[in-house]
Ligand binder design. Structure first.
Ligand code: G6P
Ligand code: ZN
Length: 541
């Protein structure tokens, strides 16, 4: 086998972001772009020689081609083994599971998550470490440093490896093991949840709709929900992954899954509806005539967690990102367990999960998960809900009504201003930050402010401190307002304004109505319209 050493030079802009390196597909397909980054990963992790890696992606355009490059470069670097999903497919949580289960040294996930795919869409590469979670800053900064100094990369010359057949083959000295992407993940799910109860639920006529959005969860959802648990054929829609997600935007929110949401609010609505994103880590949950916000879903799962076998012994603790509603805190209070508040970004949960301080965690941005893997997990959330509904024997509407009656309802909404001029967005934040100390006791729009601060996180496991994670305003009546700039946007700046108000009755009201005073206070405090030049948010969740 011949190893070629190819001369190259550093390419600008290869700094991994919140979730690996994400760029337009056309950028990734430029000569040397992918190869440079993969070589930098090898350097950043101290070389790939003798290591075992997991490899797979969400099936978007360039997924297979990129996988062949990674395999050739792993072989050139002397990797012992690469475990790769059949046809180079692996959902992000399934990849995390495989890394842990097979005790691999790490893994490479090819995905741009919920961003559109195709030649005109986005592509991404993410490195996960041996715990199955996204590489921490200490690793990604080494990778980034390597992208700035590399002068060559090594790649073997070979035919494409056949990834369509399960089994083992060799590329040079490196064993390439092609595995069914679903099997290990499905086994894990069967260990966690009461499959018999869910089977009985479907056998009793319970109907559901899962929108796989032409993305990677299609094969997982079909195998588990329809073939194993007995959901009616056709329960999983848009089930065949396509390289451009059927031309759609594989983000499970009420806007991009409108047909599903319309069906769930129609006369013929099934009992339960759900969707997942491009790489299978996000989730959206609906019942007949009800949309359950990610924050409420997390709280309700926590409150009912012991109904699932793997969580029957109770939760060690729970965690949520700071902007996520405090519905979870109310459940944790009642259970007498800790509720950790972390900055936005799944990586902050890793230490808490590894240390056994938290069992369940989630974010308002449609991520929910637990210590079963080190990524958020869309289908896991769906199965958890099915397990809970099967055991409780009530409708989603009734379950949430009972939940709110017991804990109160944290009405919640996020307003996004996208593609705002970055200077204007920073000025808005800087100005508000400067006034935080003077806000207590004032009453914008008649709402009295109790306290205001900028969120910083002290990691209770490794002692690290992360600063400047969002501006918080707490009102005397328990409402809360948070201002943050997105860390994942690609064009200009995205201002996110998170609003929350606690109610102990009147649960059926429209969140925008209930939150109107908080929305008005946000405008008065930050002059959003004047500073962004926008009359209204681009996205309201
Ligand atoms: C990604 C991360 C999440 C994060 C989300 C929103 O999906 O995996 O952990 O919550 O981005 O981040 P943003 O900075 O755009 O609000
Ligand atoms: Zn995702």
């Amino acid at each position: 086998m011949q190893i070629n050493t190819v001369s190259t030079q550093p390419i600008d802009g290869q700094k991994p972001g919140t979730s690996g390196l994400r760029k337009q597909t056309s950028v990734f397909m430029q000569p040397h772009f992918l190869e440079n980054f993969i070589q930098a990963i090898w350097t950043g992790i101290g070389g790939v020689a003798g290591k075992t890696l997991v490899l797979g992606g969400d099936g978007r355009h360039f997924n297979e081609q990129a996988s062949q490059v990674v395999l050739r470069m792993a072989a050139a670097g002397g990797a012992a083994k690469v475990i790769v999903g059949q046809n180079a497919l692996l959902s992000t949580p399934a990849a995390s599971n495989l890394i842990r289960k097979r005790k691999a040294d790490g893994g490479i996930i090819l995905s741009a998550s919920h961003n559109p795919g195709g030649p005109n869409g986005d592509f991404g590469v993410k490195y996960n470490t041996a715990n199955g979670g996204p590489a921490p800053e200490s690793v990604t900064s080494k990778i980034y440093e390597a992208t700035k100094t590399l002068t060559e990369y090594q790649i073997v010359e070979s035919q494409d490896i056949d990834l369509s057949t399960v089994g083992e083959t060799k590329l040079g000295e490196t064993v390439i093991e092609v595995v069914d992407p679903v099997t290990d993940y499905a086994e894990l799910m069967a260990d966690l949840f009461d499959f018999d109860a869910i089977k009985a639920l479907f056998a009793g006529g319970f109907r559901m709709r899962f929108d796989a959005m032409h993305a990677v969860t299609g094969p997982y959802a079909t195998a588990i929900l329809e073939d194993t648990l007995g959901a009616a054929k056709g329960s999983v829609i848009n089930a065949v992954p396509s390289t451009d997600f059927g031309g759609g935007h594989p983000d499970p929110n009420p806007i991009w899954t409108k047909p599903l949401v319309d069906e769930m609010f129609s006369e013929t609505a099934p009992d339960f509806g759900a969707a997942s994103d491009g790489d299978g880590d996000r989730n959206m949950i609906l019942g007949r005539g009800i949309y359950v916000t990610p924050s409420d879903s997390l709280a309700a799962i926590a409150a009912n967690a012991t109904l699932a076998p793997a969580y029957a012994g109770g939760l060690a603790g729970v965690a949520r990102s700071m902007p996520t509603s405090r519905a979870l805190d109310r459940v944790a209070d009642k259970l007498g367990i800790a509720c950790f508040e972390t900055p936005t970004g799944w990586k902050f949960f890793g230490n808490l999960l590894d240390a056994g301080k938290a069992t369940l965690c989630g974010e308002e941005s449609a991520g929910t998960g637990s210590d079963h893997v080190r990524e958020k997990d869309g289908l896991w959330a769906v199965l958890f809900w099915l397990n809970i509904l099967a055991k409780r024997g009530v409708s989603m509407q009734q379950l949430m009504a009972e939940h709110w009656a017991e804990y109160g309802r944290n009405f919640y909404s996020r307003h996004d201003y996208e593609g705002v001029d970055a200077e204007a967005a920073n000025a808005l934040m800087d100005d508000l930050r400067a006034r935080l100390g003077t806000l207590a006791g004032t009453s914008p729009s008649g709402l009295e402010i109790e306290s205001a601060d900028e969120f910083a996180y002290d990691d209770p496991v490794d002692g690290s401190r992360t600063e400047a994670q969002g501006l918080r305003v707490h009102f005397a009546d328990g409402a809360r307002l948070v201002f943050r700039l997105s860390g994942t946007g690609t064009v200009g700046a995205t201002l996110r304004v998170y609003m929350e108000a606690l109610a102990t009755d009147g649960f059926d009201r429209d969140p925008q109505e209930v939150l109107a005073p908080v929305i008005a206070a946000a405008e008065e405090l930050a002059q959003i319209k004047a500073r962004t030049g926008r009359d209204a948010p681009d996205v309201i969740t």
